[in-house]
Design a protein around this ligand. Structure first.
Ligand code: SF4
Length: 167
């Protein structure tokens, strides 16, 4: 059989970059953990009513080695901060972080010595989702914005030890 018969009627032309970004943004695996009340809304987002599976990211991973998205859902106590940092460092590159809710973003109403005033003091944050707590729709909106960000990335991007894109 000649090559003409083996090739189907239609051919799709694309680039490696578009292919990789497409597969990455529709197969994000979040790390399964929650810190406070925001985590209840996050769990709701993953449940059937909101159905995050529509976006290809319902597979929560129990190990940071298998996860590429950290959703920081809730306030980060000073005691928990080194644990969050360690979990982040154990995730492989490329990896992303969503700060869910005002506590994770800036400490929220807990302006005191026991609570970290924003998780971006210990790890880089890609998307901030406002609210106390944010509704599942808001978290989904943040996730869609993260997908847009991933879509604009390049497979040639290099990452530093913080997981940030380095020049
Ligand atoms: S932002 Fe509000 S709901 Fe979320 S962890 Fe803080 S106090 Fe709880």
């Amino acid at each position: 059989m000649g090559i003409e018969e083996k090739i189907p009627d239609s051919i799709i032309l694309t680039t490696v970059n578009k292919m990789v970004n497409w597969s990455r943004k529709y197969s994000i695996w979040p790390l399964g953990f929650g810190l406070a009340c925001c985590a209840i809304e996050m769990m709701s987002t993953f449940a059937s009513h909101f159905d995050l599976a529509r976006f290809g990211m319902e597979v929560m991973r129990p190990s940071p080695r298998q996860a590429d998205l950290m959703i920081v859902a809730g306030r980060v106590s000073m005691k928990m901060a080194p644990v969050v940092r360690t979990l982040y460092e154990q995730m492989p590159n490329p990896k992303w972080v969503i700060a869910m809710g005002s506590c994770a973003s800036c400490g929220g109403v807990f302006n005191n010595y026991a609570v970290l005033q924003g998780v971006d003091r210990i790890i880089p944050v890609d998307i901030y989702v406002p609210g106390c707590p944010p509704r599942p729709e808001q978290l989904i909106d943040g996730i869609i914005k993260l997908q847009d960000k991933i879509d604009k990335s390049s497979v040639k991007d290099k990452h530093d030890e913080w997981g940030r894109k380095s020049v």
